[in-house]
Design a protein around this ligand. Structure first.
Ligand SMILES: *Cc1c(COP(=O)(O)O)cnc(C)c1O
Length: 412
C-alpha cells in the first residue's frame, strides 16, 4: 500500500465534518480513539454546567424545577435522541443506566408476551446485558431461561417460547454489526419482541428503529453521545406497546399524576411510565450538550467518514505493523462494522498501555483485544496515520515488555 501522511492530510482538508472538531475540548498531544467508551468533552458542557450549578441551582433553588424547566429536561433530551435513532415523538425516555433500562424493558417484554419464558440472546453479548437478564429471570422462577446462541444462529433459534430477543446491534468487542431489520423480522415472525441495545450505535451511525420495526431499545449516553461519565441512558418503546407496557420499577415519576400523591400506582399514559424517580439534572444537562454536538448532522455523512476511517486504519495498521503479531478481530467489510476496529495481540493489554503512554488512547478488552474507536465528529484522518505509527513503534520496540505497562488497572 502506498499511502502517505500527506494523503491523509488531504482527506482532512476535504472533510465536510472537519469543523465539528472545534466543538470539543480535546487535550493537546492526544489522539483519542476511545469515544466508543467515553465520548470527548464538548466545549459547551462546562459553560452549561456552570450555569446550571451557579444560577439554576444556586439561585433558583427548588423554583428551577419549574422556572428553569428541569422537569421537562428529560423529555427535551429524549426528543433529541429520538431524532438520531428513528423514533417517533414520545417513544424515547432518558433515565437511569443502560443496565437498569434493560431490566425494566426485559421485565415489561415478558409481561407483553404471557406464556413465553425464554429470553434469547447471543453468546458474547455485553456482560451487563447477560447479567441483568440472568438476575431478572432468576427472580421470575425456574421456568424462565436465558438462552445464548452464536450470533449467526439467532434468527433460526427464535421459537414459540421466546418472549424477547435481546441483541446488541454493534458488538462491543469486535465491532461486528447485526442486520437490525432482518433480525427484528425474524423475532417478530415467531411472535417474539425485539430489544436492541444501541450503546455502540447511537451517535455512531444512522439508526432507524421505526423502519426496522423494533419493539424496544436501550442505549448509553456517555459513549458516542458525549454525555459525560455515567451520563443517563435512554430507552425506546414503540408506541404500539405503550398501553400494555408495565415495568417493575413503578416509581412516582412514572405515575399518571406524580403530584397528586395518590396511594396507589397508576402508570402514565405514554413513555413516561418507563421513568422511575427524579432525574439527575446536572448529568442530564451535560447529556444535552453531548447530544447537541449532533445538531443538524447528516448521519449518512458521519457514517461515510466512519467507514472510511475504519478501512484506512485497518490498511495503515496492517501495513505499518506487518509481522508484529496483530490479527484483525473486526469484520473487514465496512458495512458489517460499527465505528470501531479491534485487533488481537498476545500482549494486547501492555501494548495498549504503552500506546496510551504515547498519547494514543484506545482500550483493551479480555482476553487479547485492542479496541480503537472512531468518533467522526472529532477525529482527523491524520490521527489514524499517527496512531498506526505509534502502534508500530510500540510493537517493534516491544514496549509492552516494560513492567509499568503490564500492571493491570481496575478499569481496562
Ligand atoms: C457500555 C454498554 C453498556 C453499559 O451499561 P451501563 O449500565 O451504562 O454500565 C450496556 N450494554 C452495552 C452493549 C454497552 O456497550
Amino acid at each position: 500500500m502506498t499511502m502517505s501522511r500527506a494523503d491523509l492530510a488531504r482527506l482532512d482538508a476535504d472533510d465536510p465534518l472537519a469543523a465539528r472538531r472545534a466543538d470539543f475540548a480535546l487535550p493537546d498531544g492526544v489522539i483519542y480513539l476511545d469515544g466508543n467508551s467515553l465520548g470527548a468533552l464538548p466545549r459547551a458542557t462546562g459553560r452549561r454546567l456552570a450555569e446550571v450549578v451557579g444560577h439554576e441551582w444556586g439561585e433558583g433553588l427548588i423554583r428551577s424545577w419549574n422556572q428553569a424547566g428541569w422537569i421537562d429536561l428529560g423529555v427535551r433530551v429524549a426528543t433529541k435522541i429520538g431524532h438520531l435513532i428513528g423514533a417517533a415523538a414520545g417513544e424515547v425516555a432518558v433515565a437511569d443506566s443502560t443496565s437498569i433500562n434493560l431490566y425494566k424493558l426485559l421485565a415489561a417484554a415478558i409481561g407483553l408476551r404471557p406464556g413465553r419464558r425464554t429470553v434469547l440472546t447471543e453468546e458474547g453479548n455485553f456482560p451487563t446485558d447477560i447479567y441483568i437478564a440472568e438476575g431478572l429471570l432468576g427472580q421470575l422462577g425456574p421456568d424462565y431461561r436465558l438462552r445464548r446462541v452464536p450470533a449467526a444462529r439467532i434468527g433460526a433459534a427464535v421459537d414459540d417460547d421466546t418472549a424477547v430477543v435481546m441483541l446488541t446491534h454493534v458488538n462491543y468487542l469486535t465491532g461486528a454489526m447485526h442486520d437490525a431489520t432482518a433480525l427484528t423480522r425474524a423475532a417478530q415472525a415467531r411472535g417474539a419482541l425485539m430489544l436492541w441495545d444501541l450503546s455502540h450505535s447511537a451517535g455512531a451511525l444512522p439508526v432507524d428503529l421505526g423502519a426496522a420495526g423494533a419493539d424496544l431499545a436501550v442505549g448509553c449516553g456517555y459513549k458516542y453521545l458525549n454525555g459525560g461519565p455515567g451520563a443517563p441512558a435512554w430507552l425506546y418503546v414503540a408506541a404500539r406497546h405503550h398501553a400494555g407496557f408495565r415495568q417493575p420499577l413503578s416509581g412516582w415519576l412514572g405515575h399518571a399524576e406524580p403530584f397528586a400523591f395518590e396511594d396507589g400506582y397508576r402508570p402514565a399514559p405514554g413513555i413516561a411510565r418507563a421513568i422511575c424517580g427524579t432525574p439527575p439534572i446536572l448529568s442530564l444537562a451535560a447529556l444535552e450538550c453531548g447530544v447537541d454536538t449532533f445538531a443538524g448532522m447528516d448521519m449518512g455523512a458521519l457514517r461515510a467518514k466512519s467507514m472510511r476511517m475504519g478501512d484506512l486504519f485497518i490498511a495503515l495498521v496492517e501495513d505499518a505493523c506487518a509481522g508484529q503479531g496483530l490479527t484483525l478481530a473486526s469484520p473487514r467489510e465496512a458495512t458489517r462494522r460499527g465505528s470501531q476496529v479491534s485487533f488481537r495481540h498476545g500482549q494486547g493489554y501492555a501494548a495498549m498501555q504503552a500506546l496510551i503512554a504515547r498519547g494514543v488512547i484506545g482500550d483493551f478488552r479480555e482476553p487479547d483485544v485492542m479496541r480503537f474507536g472512531f468518533a467522526p465528529l472529532y477525529l482527523r484522518y491524520v490521527d489514524l496515520w499517527d496512531a498506526a505509527e505509534a502502534l508500530r513503534e510500540v510493537l517493534v520496540s516491544r514496549a509492552y515488555d516494560r513492567l509499568e505497562h503490564r500492571q493491570r488497572a481496575a478499569v481496562t
